[in-house]
Ligand binder design. Structure first.
Ligand code: BG6
Ligand code: MG
Length: 210
């Protein structure tokens, strides 16, 4: 029986996909590189800089490190402007109910997200209070599919990877979970991925697993 659950944030507890899409689309248009929802889907779970590298390589454009920093900062400014409009209503009631029920069953809950904006999202949606620890883009040096963000999350809640499950919607996140020695639970895109240990259709399915 697992004692802890580590949740990816975006795509699992809520979705800010449209905000990422709009922000990347506006900077891609300014750079004159193509960007569509298919490319946007490749960016799930991937860090900001690695996302920009994917967009540039799709568009066949090379930029200096300095230029890339400036473009990534512009994207983030626009994404954060979108995040300011988030309210607790962005989180489905069943997500809050599931987190509350899991906590009541004595499980330790953590967030494991590549986003450097995790704390802002948790604050705007009032989700922070459900978690014993938060591991995010600000405390790692290697992004998913590297397991660092989940290993840190497990460390923060004082558990070994073997005692924790990871809930993910991204293929890169399932790869990270498996590389770290965690049980992987996949929702959305990740539910159909071969490396996923337990596919689920809805977060409340966790109540049958724990
Ligand atoms: C993840 C998203 O949660 O965070 C990725 O799935 C995103 O699409 C990554 O690139 C990094 O986010 P941020 O907020 O640090 O730019
Ligand atoms: Mg995700």
């Amino acid at each position: 029986m697992k004692q802890g659950i580590i949740f990816d944030l975006d795509g699992v507890l809520l979705s800010t996909d449209e905000m990422h899409y709009a922000a990347w689309k506006s900077v891609a248009d300014e750079l004159g590189v193509p960007f569509d929802r298919q490319v946007n889907n490749l960016l799930r779970g991937v860090s900001r800089m690695a996302s920009l590298d994917i967009i540039l390589s799709h568009g066949g454009l090379t930029l200096s490190d300095e230029e890339k920093e400036a473009v990534a900062a512009r994207k983030n400014e626009r994404y954060r402007a979108g995040l300011q409009t988030l309210t607790p209503d962005a989180v489905a009631p069943q997500v809050r109910q599931t987190l509350a029920a899991l906590k009541e069953r004595g499980l330790k809950l953590a967030v494991g997200s590549s986003s450097r904006n995790t704390k802002l999202i948790l604050e705007k949606t009032d989700l922070g209070r459900f978690f014993d620890a938060v591991s995010d883009g600000t405390n790692i040096t290697r992004s998913k599919p590297d397991p660092e963000v989940f290993l840190k999350a497990a460390q923060f809640i004082g558990l070994a990877p073997d005692d924790c499950a990871v809930v993910e919607d991204a293929v890169a996140g399932i790869d990270a979970a498996k590389a770290g020695g965690f049980l992987s639970i996949g929702i959305g895109d990740a539910a159909g991925y071969a490396k996923t240990d337990h596919p689920i259709r809805s977060l409340r399915d966790l109540l049958d697993l724990f």
